[in-house]
Design a protein around this ligand. Sequence first.
Ligand code: FAD
Length: 432
Amino acid sequence: MARVVVLGAGIGGLPTAYELRHRLGDRHQVILVSDRDYFTFVPGLVAVALGHNSLERLQLPLETLSRQQGLKWVKGAVQRVDPEAKKVYLPEQTLDYDYLVIATGAELALDLLPGLGVYSHSVCTPAHAVAAYRAWQEFLKDPRELVVGAAPGASCFGPAYEFLFLAEHTLRRQGLRDRVKITFITPEPYIGHLGIGGLANSEQLTLDLIAQRGIETITNAEITAIEPNRILLGDGRVLPFGYSMILPSFRGAAFVRASRLGNEKGFLPLLPTLQHPDYPEIYGVGISVHLQPLQTTPVPTGLPKTGQMTEEMAIAASHNIAVALGELAADPVVPTLDAVCFADFGDTGIAYIAAPVIPEAQGKHRRLAYAIQGKWVSWVKAAFERYFLLKMRRGLSVPWFEQWGLRLFFGISLVRPLQPTVFPQKQPLIKT
Ligand SMILES: Cc1cc2nc3c(=O)[nH]c(=O)nc-3n(C[C@H](O)[C@H](O)[C@H](O)COP(=O)(O)OP(=O)(O)OC[C@H]3O[C@@H](n4cnc5c(N)ncnc54)[C@H](O)[C@@H]3O)c2cc1C
């Protein structure tokens, strides 16, 4: 009996554990490790920060889910992995593994910018979203300048746009819009770049919405510091604010860097099969994985790793572990990195479809690239949230009917046979 240990129980880790359970049956042990008691549907946190949803509705208790789905659940923050001895160190115990999946998401690089996360808010963790909502309620009592955006090096721009338009919608609905000057600041070279060089008509759709809603924008924005009630930019500009939500840049979990498994940012440099090049029994899933950047921008930006890309990695990693264990007579697969992503702006929304998000070679075009705007996007996003949580309650990752629907309605698939991909063959590991 092999022991497969999955680190992190988020959008990547929990579906990976379910898929492994499903593929490996009772013949092998699947252990799920999480530093939190709850699974959180992270894409819903923007709505929590603006009072459109409650955190409780986005969370599920991991102990109960694990018991119901036949997983062994271990609560604890991973401190270190010893890849030679195949051991995971937690504060109160040590776990042995035969196969390891690292799905511990992002650590927020708040320390890179003075005042970031101190005077500005973020929506990246449950605690941040709750704190952001408390401050938002105070702001509504005396609304003034609102500054929304992202720090240099940020990679996850979708939530910044979502917060911007949802906040504007909220202010309008409450009759407060004319009291608030709204500014969007982003390191992207242009609106709708999204860290991926844009997506067909997404730039125009976003610019039209920004113009309709009277929002000012600053692109190539290099925030140098955030002080109480003002943001300082590299070009000398100073932006006063009554409320500010600035997304930080991400890096890999501290234990990945401490265990010398990651690159200089702590992201895992993986083979296309999602295996670590030096330790093939270690796999990575989700934000913790290093993907080759598409292009450099005047102010640094990163590459987004969306929920669907994460689910694809979960499917691929669990498939490949089942193949390695001899439980599946099939060839290894790789994630396609195709994605559909829904952004809810309150009274409208934009669906982004990219297949793949990252074209494999320079100059190679995406098979599909378009954005669609409409009120229906908000409904679909709300419905998807409920559907995703239902899947997690039932122990499902991406069932056949979802895969079928994605192919039928959006033309995207999740995994494909092994071929050259955007995953780096070998990256320098950090030496500490
Ligand atoms: C605000 C926000 C909105 C988003 N909106 C969208 C969207 O609309 N659509 C979309 O496709 N994508 C969206 N994304 C991206 C999406 O949420 C991510 O792709 C997805 O969460 C990545 O999954 P993950 O498993 O890598 O990380 P997570 O879901 O963050 O899970 C990581 C888990 O690992 C745990 N962990 C971390 N360190 C340790 C440790 N040392 N020991 C044990 N456990 C640990 C964490 O507590 C967490 O539970 C959004 C992201 C954010 C931040």
